[in-house]
Design a protein around this ligand. Structure first.
Ligand SMILES: [Zn+2]
Ligand SMILES: [Zn+2]
Length: 328
């Protein structure tokens, strides 16, 4: 399905084409919690059986999960993260960081992370890969890279996305609040625009190519939910300038992980559309995720976690022999 609209070339958009969907993010969350089997996914995500099959299939087709036979009679399969799927590990960590800081934390499962290298419980923190210091969105500058430009906006409509999110309103998942934002590609694109200094309705319309009703709807949602603030800059008719709040700005490290994942797996021939630099050290940078305690870079096989289920309060300690390790 093609349309005549254009969107700014962006690796974030390419990543969102795969993961910018609530059921998909819930499946990935479960995968990182080492769920591999259909019934376990069903229980953990609480999404409809048909929707779950559909999204598992899409993740297999996209190369993020591998379907492996684990029982001959009857034939049963499990879904294991591939290298590409594991590449979203930092995205999951940055979503967890955001959720711990800003999400509503009642009625849901909680996770304690332990870094096996230093042996301490830790929070994942975003850092510059050049100077290894922690950074915030305000410390980053960007300029257009060789791949910058407008590309045709092709997108598939995803039926059921809204209804599935609504049906899960009482669900107890780890990343509940942030999944609703990153799982909504349009909301995430608006936040992306704001990060590149775009802050009015008309500019956003041009930058993202989205339909006017969708843009208006998402701007209202993001403002109502406290991700954006708005100020009137013109009256009759009223025009507003939108600005990210601290809560919205803190989504930046998540977008950075999507940008890098998109550049790794869906690179533009001409080169990266965006080049980022860290004001503090003055160097072109990429993001790395470090341990809040020992400040070392984190890899998936060094992270152990303890899950505390919301319903029972039971602790399920993870084992060090992990699906994550085996899948690498
Ligand atoms: Zn730096
Ligand atoms: Zn550590």
């Amino acid at each position: 399905m093609s349309s005549e609209k254009y969107i700014r070339a962006c690796s974030i958009w390419r990543a969102l084409e795969i993961v910018g969907d609530v059921p998909t993010l819930l499946i990935l969350e479960s995968s990182f919690l080492r769920v591999t089997r259909f019934d376990q996914f069903l229980k953990r995500t609480e999404i409809l059986r048909t929707l779950l099959s559909d999204r598992l299939r899409k993740l297999v087709n996209a190369g993020c999960l591998e379907k492996k036979l684990y029982c001959e009679k009857p034939k049963r399969y499990e879904y294991v993260l591939t290298k590409k799927g594991l590449g979203l590990y930092n995205t999951a960590l940055m979503m967890l960081r955001w959720e711990n800081k800003w999400g509503a934390n009642s009625q849901k499962i909680q996770v304690t992370l332990t870094h096996s290298t230093c042996g301490k419980n830790f929070q994942p923190a975003p850092a510059c890969d050049q100077c290894h210091e922690e950074y915030t969105a305000r410390d980053i500058e960007w300029k257009e890279g060789p791949g910058n430009g407008m590309v045709p906006l092709n997108y598939q409509r995803r039926r059921q996305q809204t209804s599935s999110a609504q049906e899960r309103q009482n669900a107890t998942t780890l990343l509940d609040t942030i999944t609703r934002i990153i799982g909504d590609r349009w909301a995430t694109l608006i936040i992306r625009s704001c990060f590149t200094g775009i802050n009015t309705y008309d500019e956003m319309l041009e930058d993202t190519g989205m339909a006017t009703n969708i843009l208006a709807n998402r701007l209202k949602m993001l403002t109502d939910d406290g991700f954006l603030s708005k100020k009137t800059y013109q009256t009759r008719p009223n025009r507003y300038r939108y600005k990210l709040t601290d809560k919205g700005l803190d989504i930046y490290p998540i977008l950075m992980t999507l940008l890098e994942w998109g550049e790794t797996w869906y690179s533009f021939e001409a080169g990266p559309p965006l080049i980022l630099s860290h004001k503090a050290c003055g160097k072109e940078m990429k993001q790395e995720v470090i341990c809040s305690e020992c400040r070392e870079v984190i890899t998936p096989d060094e992270v152990e976690f303890t899950v505390i289920e919301a319903s029972t309060g039971d602790e399920t300690a993870s084992t060090t022999e992990t699906t994550l390790k085996n899948a690498v």
